[in-house]
Design a protein. Structure first.
Length: 276
């Protein structure tokens, strides 16, 4: 049987719209056999997703999308856990520190939006809807729901993008140290959406100790995908595919829809072999 997989998905544990249970249910409805839960800097949604999948014909891989810094920009790395080592106490303590910074970051960005753009958001309501940790998609939704006449793309590019005065960076963790952190808990480490890395050539970034690359991604052009696949093959790296689904907000052109990635069976087979 040919597997249908999506290895990059978000839930309400970070900045997705669907709970882990709802996401697993949707994945099953969409005919997926294999998904990975890869919330930003947290594994809080993993166990709920694993439990939800027990009575369905779908496999859930425990994962994470870790925020790191390299050459003055954010580089996201995907970690896929071979076991329940993500529960490691030292690892979870580090993630808790990142969560605490995200709480500070969310409040500071709300304050700066008021200061620089005269955009007023209800921080307490935002915290409640975000279930404790505010990320940029939460802020974008709140701006639109508050009636401000901005598109999703404009908000990300001009109001809360990295070049905006309202932007606050994540807790600083170098990409090299992020890779080491994930490998300390026996995870496969994959460079997320290389098409979004602008300041460092992909070839240079892959000199770090990555196991693979998310070569198949919704924002790629066909040429991007061909180039990334060829680069991964030349470097004997795993090739992954992910939609980066966050819940399908109207106007969200930054992420794909669940399962809408074309993933060749040979690449998936190699990934699963490495994960076993």
């Amino acid at each position: 049987m040919k597997l249908k997989a999506d290895l990059h998905l978000h839930t309400t544990a970070s900045d997705g719209k669907l709970t882990p249970v709802e996401l697993v249910s949707l994945a099953h409805k969409e005919g997926l056999n294999l998904i990975a839960i890869t919330d930003h800097d947290t594994t809080d949604g993993v166990d709920l997703a694993l439990s939800a999948a027990e009575n369905l014909s779908i496999r859930v891989i425990s994962g994470i999308e870790l925020s790191t810094q390299h050459n003055g920009e954010t580089v996201h790395i995907l970690g896929y856990f071979k076991s329940d080592n993500y529960k490691d106490e030292t690892f979870q303590k580090y993630l808790q520190d990142m969560k605490n910074h995200r709480i500070y970051r969310g409040k500071e960005m709300v304050n700066r939006l008021k200061e620089y753009f005269d955009i007023s958001l209800d921080y307490e309501r935002l915290m409640k809807e975000a279930k404790g940790v505010i990320a940029r998609p939460h802020i974008a939704r709140a701006i639109i729901e508050a009636g401000y006449n901005y598109s999703w793309e404009y908000i990300f590019d001009k109001l809360i993008g990295s070049n905006s005065p309202a932007y606050v960076p994540n807790k600083k963790l170098s990409t090299e140290d992020g890779i080491k952190l994930l490998k300390s808990v026996n995870a496969l480490v994959v460079l997320a959406h290389p098409v979004l890395v602008k300041k460092t050539p992909c070839e240079e970034l892959l000199k770090l100790d990555f196991d693979g690359m998310e070569a198949i991604y919704p924002l790629n052009t066909e040429e991007d995908t061909r180039n990334f696949i060829n680069l991964a093959l030349n470097k004997q790296l795993l090739i992954t595919a992910g939609s980066d689904y966050h819940g399908g907000d109207a106007g969200d052109t930054k992420h794909g829809y669940i399962g809408k990635v074309s993933y060749e069976e040979a690449y998936l087979t190699e990934f699963l072999k490495a994960l076993s």
